[in-house]
Design a protein around this ligand. Structure first.
Ligand code: EPZ
Length: 423
């Protein structure tokens, strides 16, 4: 199992080129299925989750050509005029829940498909009931058989009005993609507002879709007969940017985050970080995050966009372990996203969990220790804690890290910090 050795008491000082967003690239790759003319995606992050989605598309018969552009990005060209398999197999889907995003596009273009149920993952059960309810509201017949979702819409999908009882990111993305060639108008109410959904809508509109309201809680789609080829550059990764901002805070350093308008993409996170420990300054095509001289305790709860992103909760908790006081974190999105607490406690953190709330009492310092990554974002929170700790930290199971952070050790080296990957 691959590990990362993190040397303690380091200071981040430099610049990081932020890659394209994993959570934008995954639905965009699935969207390629919608058009027989294919899709070209630029600024795709070279991550293991992306490779998994490409493997899934190739299983369906999509021909993907991947070419690297520099160290931190790829161009993926999808040729989609020879899709001949409509089953997304458990062997692939079990590795990555986002595989469920091929459901809407396959139904939209071919009228039938069989997609393995994703199964849960470390952070929770992660049901897809709302994806299925929405598709049935559009006229799909859905059966669950042998662990697979068997879906068909022989007469094609029909536009409908569907209200999500709760905000779901991939649920909104699946139904948006299902709606673009449906017969008539679809209105998605209480739709998720994440920037990655706006990026998907922008790409679909380049392909000829008729969409409005993306980024608000009401998205309207008028179906069109077919979509055409388009070229689209993946939105920058706000979660990667937030992660490196925490790296600057926890090591009392500074970092130039290059690649996008992060104030717009991380409004609540930036507000909370200003309260806690960072000063932000606009720089060309990015944002500078600079340690403000102390780490103040803060309370926050994770919420759908534009609230505090759940995908930055673990990283921020690592920082609050060193705050001058008590912080309360309420994880309102996922029922089991505190597995990093036990690992941080091994490093001397003082955290207690009760239900969805974690209370973090700041300590004077953390101590390096062997720890284990439990999910994608928790893995980086342990690296961040290790950068500040006295002594070295050995993070095990770093395959989690490879899923969502490309070239982490190179990007950390670019801002003056050393970690070693150990096979
Ligand atoms: C997306 O997951 C992200 N993944 C997650 O990022 C992120 O944590 C999450 O949104 C919340 O922002 C991708 O975009 C690929 P949800 P998703 O559907 O869409 C419940 C990372 O670290 N729900 O918005 O799977 C669900 O259980 C990953 O990059 C239902 O009950 O999340 C959860 O409590 C981790 N029924 C809440 O909604 C459904 O049918 C939000 O989930 C769907 C969701």
């Amino acid at each position: 199992m691959e590990k990362i050795r993190v040397y303690g008491e380091q200071k981040v000082n430099g610049k990081v080129h932020i890659s394209g967003a994993k959570n934008a690239a995954l639905p965009l790759l699935a969207a390629a299925i919608l058009s027989e003319e294919g899709l070209t995606l630029k600024n795709v992050p070279p991550l293991s989750d992306i490779s998994t989605m490409i493997a899934l598309l190739e299983t369906l018969g999509v021909e993907c050509t991947v070419s690297s552009v520099g160290d931190y990005s790829e161009t993926v060209t999808c040729k989609t005029d020879s899709i001949d398999n409509f089953t997304a197999p458990y062997t692939i889907v079990k590795k990555m829940r986002a595989s469920i995003l091929v459901l809407g596009p396959l139904l939209a273009r071919f009228g039938h498909c069989s997609v393995s149920l994703p199964g849960g993952c470390a952070i929770g059960v992660r049901p897809i009931d709302l994806h299925l309810k929405g598709l049935m509201a559009m006229g799909a017949e859905v059966d669950l058989k042998d662990g697979y979702v068997q879906a068909k819409a022989q007469k094609g999908l029909k536009g409908t009005e569907f209200e999500f009882p709760i905000s779901t990111v991939t649920g909104t993305e699946n139904l948006l993609m299902a709606a673009v060639m449906a017969d008539g108008e679809t209105v998605l109410k209480n739709a998720a507002r994440e920037p990655e959904i706006v990026d998907l809508a922008n790409c679909l509109k380049k392909m000829g879709a008729r969409i409005e309201g993306e980024g608000t809680s009401e998205i309207r789609v008028v179906g069109v007969p077919r979509l055409r080829h388009a070229e689209h550059s993946v939105l920058v990764d706000r979660i990667e940017a937030g992660t490196y901002a925490v790296a600057a805070a926890i090591t009392k350093g500074q970092v130039d985050l290059i690649g996008g308008n992060f104030r717009k993409l991380l409004p609540t996170f930036i507000e909370k970080m200003e309260e806690c420990s960072l000063i932000f300054e606009d720089i060309p095509n990015g944002l500078q995050a600079k340690y403000a001289g102390e780490i103040r305790p803060i309370d926050f709860q994770t919420e759908p966009f534009p609230g505090f992103p759940t995908d930055l909760q673990a990283q921020t908790m690592a920082l609050l372990c060193l705050a001058g006081g008590k912080s309360v974190i309420d994880e309102k999105i996922w029922e089991n996203r505190f597995m990093h607490v036990a690992e941080l406690a091994r490093m001397g953190a003082n955290i207690s969990v009760s239900g969805s709330q974690a209370t973090v009492c700041g300590v004077d310092h953390l101590v390096g220790a062997p720890v284990m990554a439990t999910d994608l974002r928790a893995s980086f929170s342990l690296v961040l804690a290790g950068l500040a700790a006295k002594g070295n930290t050995l993070v095990d199971r770093v395959y989690h890290l490879n899923r969502g952070y490309c070239c982490a050790e190179k990007k950390l080296a670019d801002c003056g910090v050393r970690v070693d990957r150990i096979k």
